[in-house]
Structures are given as structure tokens and as C-alpha cells.
Design a protein around this ligand. Structure first.
Ligand code: GUN
Length: 295
């Protein structure tokens, strides 16, 4: 039987509606409008698209947003000064520096310059540390979105074996830490595999839940999966497709066609995890704005 689809579009819309209600209440009761500042350095087309969609989401939810664009030649000093300005601005509750940054800028130094209370990406070491310790904090958006997808599609990870493929700071490491916490919506046995593992197949084969986040197009196939498993595909790979109008097509890290016949549930690409990232960014910004007023 074909796997059921875990609908990121539907679940993201649900979360956005909740965030809108929360923002309305914050405005009514405290007079606070959540504000998000974007910083975009250079003109990477992918980053442009991301920042534009995040700005649009702000508009839809009635958030304030400001975007500062700088040329790729922008100095680290100038970027740090921009961040210091937003750190000091009480109308800005979240700061997002779109990654990757040009090579002459130290990404980690930039992340650490953001006030951890405004770190809506959840990348600051203070938030990373709190996440590991199980202390409430601003959590990275894509992994937080993955946990929401599992919970809201009726696939509670509690007591299950989740295998995370990939160990990036943005997805693999935080989703590992979130899934293993002794908390509702988590509490899984978690294995992480990565490029240092010669053959990931025997690991993936044991997974009740597969989180594919290694950035390699369609590399997890149905034959590698345990029948009935749940597949979360974080991949966003653009591959050539002469039949498409643009000449390219977006595919995940999972070979959807073969996986669909083996898994019990799967996220599509596009229409799965990708949409959750922005919804969770909005949720984090609302959380940061609420915290700023002592809620
Ligand atoms: N680049 C790709 N994904 C992300 C993200 O989640 N946050 C930021 N700041 N940059 C990114």
C-alpha cells in the first residue's frame, strides 16, 4: 500500500493560524507587535527567495519586518555593527542573518553577536546548550518543524527508533538532541549516521522513523527502508529536468517513488518540511516578543 502523505502545507498553515491568534492577543493585551529583522549579505538567488518568503510570512501575520541588504563585499565589522543596532532596538524581537555568508566573514562570530533572546534561528551557543540540557529556549526552526510534523500527523516518536542521516548544525545535530529529550513529542531512541559511516543501509533499515538530512538527491531508496516506517525528507535539491519549464526540479534526499511503496507515511518535496521552517520561524519570533514583555 502506498504511504500516506504528511502534508507540510496543511500543518504549516495550522501553525501560522495559531501564531496569528497569539500575535493578535499580544498586541491587544500588551501593545506589542512582533518584529523580525533580516540581514542578507550578497546576492545568492536561493537566499533571496528564502528572505522574500519569510518577509511575506511576516506581512501575512501582521508582524513588523525590516530587511537590510549588503553587498557580498560587506565587512564583518559592518555586519556586527548592524547586529548591534538590532540587538539594542526594542521593536526588533528576532534577528535572522541569512546563511551562508561570504567566506571572508566568520559565520560563528556573527551568530554569537546576536542577542540569544533574539536568536530566532536557535543557532546561538546559549540556545544550543539549553536545547541539549532540555531547558526551554529558542529552537532551530527546521528540526522544531520536523517534531511538529511527527506529532500532528499522529506519528509520536516516543519509544521509537529514529535514524537521523546527516549531522549538520542546522538540522542533524539539533533534531538528534530534540528527539532524544525526555519530553512529550520526543523520547525516541536516536541514531545519527553521516559521511563517516561506510554503509548507512543497515542503520536506516532498523529505523521506525528516518530523518533524511544529508543534502544528497534521492539517495535513500525504498529498498533501504523498514516496511511501515515514517520518512521525513529534509532534502531540497535542485536537479536538471529538461521537461520542466525552468529546466530544473526540486527533489528530496529520499527517492520518493520507491520509498512511497515501503513507508507508512512520508513527507513530499516540495510541500513537506520546507514550509514548516518559516512557520516555526514565525512561532519563534512570537515567543521572543512574548518573552520580551515578561510572558
Ligand atoms: N540558510 C538556510 N537555512 C537557513 C536557516 O534556517 N536560517 C538561516 N539564517 N539561514 C539559512
Amino acid at each position: 500500500m502506498a504511504a500516506s502523505l504528511i502534508d507540510g502545507k496543511l500543518i504549516a498553515a495550522e501553525i501560522r493560524a495559531e501564531v496569528r491568534r497569539g500575535a493578535d492577543e499580544l498586541r491587544r493585551t500588551r501593545g506589542i507587535t512582533p518584529g523580525l529583522a533580516f540581514i542578507l549579505v550578497g546576492n545568492d538567488p536561493g537566499s533571496e527567495v528564502y528572505v522574500r518568503s519569510k518577509g511575506k510570512a511576516c506581512e501575512e501575520l501582521g508582524f513588523r519586518s525590516v530587511t537590510e541588504r549588503r553587498a557580498a563585499s560587506c565587512s564583518e565589522h559592518e555586519l556586527l555593527a548592524l547586529i548591534a543596532g538590532f540587538n539594542a532596538d526594542p521593536a526588533v524581537h528576532g534577528i535572522l542573518v541569512q546563511l551562508p555568508l561570504p567566506r571572508h566573514i566568520d559565520e560563528q562570530r556573527v551568530i554569537e553577536a546576536i542577542d540569544s533572546r533574539k536568536d530566532v534561528d536557535g543557532f546561538h551557543p546559549v540556545n544550543v546548550g539549553k536545547l541539549v540540557l532540555g531547558i526551554p529556549c529558542l529552537r532551530p526552526c527546521t528540526p522544531a518543524g520536523i517534531l511538529e510534523l511527527l506529532a500532528r500527523s499522529g506519528n509520536d516518536p516516543g519509544g521509537k527508533h529514529a535514524v537521523v542521516v546527516g549531522r549538520s548544525n542546522i538540522v542533524g545535530k539539533p533534531v538528534f538532541n530534540m528527539l532524544m529529550q525526555k519530553q512529550p513529542g520526543a523520547n525516541a531512541a536516536v541514531t545519527v549516521v553521516h559521511t563517516g559511516v561506510k554503509d548507512i543501509t543497515p542503520f536506516v533499515k532498523q529505523a521506525d522513523i528516518v530523518i533524511a538530512a544529508m543534502g544528497r538527491p534521492r539517495s535513500i531508496t525504498g529498498a533501504m527502508l523498514k516496511p511501515g516506517c515514517v520518512v521525513i525528507d529534509v532534502g531540497m535539491n535542485r536537479i536538471p529536468d529538461p521537461s520542466a519549464k525552468t529546466g530544473t526540479r526540486l527533489v528530496g534526499d529520499v527517492d520518493f517513488a520507491s520509498a512511497q511503496g515501503v513507508a507508512s507515511a512520508i513527507t513530499p518535496v516540495p510541500g513537506g518540511v520546507g514550509l514548516m521552517t518559516i512557520a516555526m520561524l514565525m512561532k519563534n519570533t512570537l515567543q521572543a516578543a512574548s518573552s520580551s514583555s515578561g510572558i
